[in-house]
Design a protein around this ligand. Sequence first.
Ligand code: 6GU
Length: 246
Amino acid sequence: MRVDIVTIFPEYFAPLDVSLIGKARAKGLLDIRVHQLRDWTHDIHRTVDDTPYGGGPGMVMKPEPWGEALDAVVGDAATPPRLIVPTPSGRPFTQETALEYAKEPWLLFAPARYEGIDSRVMAEYGSRLRVDEVGIGDYVLAGGEAAVLVIVEAVGRLLPGVLGNAHSASDDSFAPGAMSGLLEGPVYTKPPVWRGHEVPPILLSGNHGAIARWRRDEALRRTVANRPELAERLDPRALDKHDHEV
Ligand code: 6GU
């Protein structure tokens, strides 16, 4: 997958050299290119913002540098990228969105600072490529850069060959499948007793059926406790008698 990021803070993306995503890049599974938006300005101050029409607080990102930058990155590609504009007023980014993006060959991110990008940029590219305005949660960040890091990590780990264990994405919280709709339960490793806390004995029993049952019960308990609105939406047909007792 190719990923382009146009930003006034290229240094913000240094974490993409590290860990899982860094290794995926080294293996050639992810081709990430970070571009300085100011390279497409023409004044000595390399200005990217201006005051909002209609008044109001803050500044708005000017359309011209974005237009030149996005044109340069997209070029005359036969299969253009999907343009993702992070904004708290966008559609919620979820695991479903991550799975959808993981199928794309090319993503182009346009994270904004200030009060956002002049809306005509989205209108212009909306007629040339698929444009998604997405938010990562109900809180406000100082800019879209951190959201891009979040989205690239969520999508990157789903790409074939990126996770060491082929199964490790399949029982994630929010992954489709047998535990669909449930949060992941608690996990344990050695030693069997630590500071007086025991590992639940069932996990040492070797009884795989009982372990699976226990894990499902714990997942259900955690979902009810931490995300009651998710528990409410569980498909009643996917719940057995034992689930109702949990
Ligand atoms: Cl994508 N951007 C900003 N600035 N704040 C956010 C966000 C995005 N998602 C949640 N809050």
